[in-house]
Design a protein around this ligand. Structure first.
Ligand SMILES: [Zn+2]
Ligand SMILES: [Zn+2]
Length: 147
């Protein structure tokens, strides 16, 4: 998939654009991702923050990932939309939340984390890479997705 891709938060105060191709997407079904998405799972694509052209300045708060690493969560405060995560603040390597793209309907996750916590009734494509929890090194795993 090539071309300029755009997205933003629900109210439009934060907008972003970047040039494709879109890296492979993955889903996470853990409890933290249910909270952050306010839904059954999160869907993310790994990107370099520098690849984005961003208007608006998201809020950020800090949590600890399962790995023990610091995780910075970027969101817009008024509408509450989560936009991306990074291990650094300011962001460098990010995971962009797929649902914030203006056109995300064709993006299928090729991998799934924390399938052991999956919401009842959600069916997964058996050809995807599925983990009951998560690989020891999630960074390596997601960088190898779709290869
Ligand atoms: Zn907003
Ligand atoms: Zn998760």
């Amino acid at each position: 998939m090539e071309g300029v891709l755009a997205g933003g938060c629900q109210c439009g105060a934060v907008r972003y654009a970047f040039n494709g191709p879109i890296p492979p997407a993955y889903a996470c079904h853990c409890g933290e991702c249910k909270k952050q998405s306010a839904s059954a799972f999160s869907m993310s694509i790994p990107l370099t923050y520098d690849a984005l052209t961003v208007t608006g300045t998201p809020n950020v708060f800090e949590t600890t990932a399962f790995s023990g690493n610091r995780k910075y969560n970027y969101f817009w405060g008024d509408c509450g939309t989560r936009l991306w995560h990074s291990r650094t603040n300011p962001p460098t390597a990010i995971t962009l939340k797929v649902g914030t793209l203006d056109h995300s309907v064709d993006i299928a996750p090729v991998g799934h984390l924390w399938v052991s916590k999956k919401q009842a009734g959600i069916m997964l494509d058996p050809d995807t890479d599925q983990h009951q929890t998560q690989p020891d090194d999630v960074l390596v795993w997601r960088n190898n997705l779709g290869q």
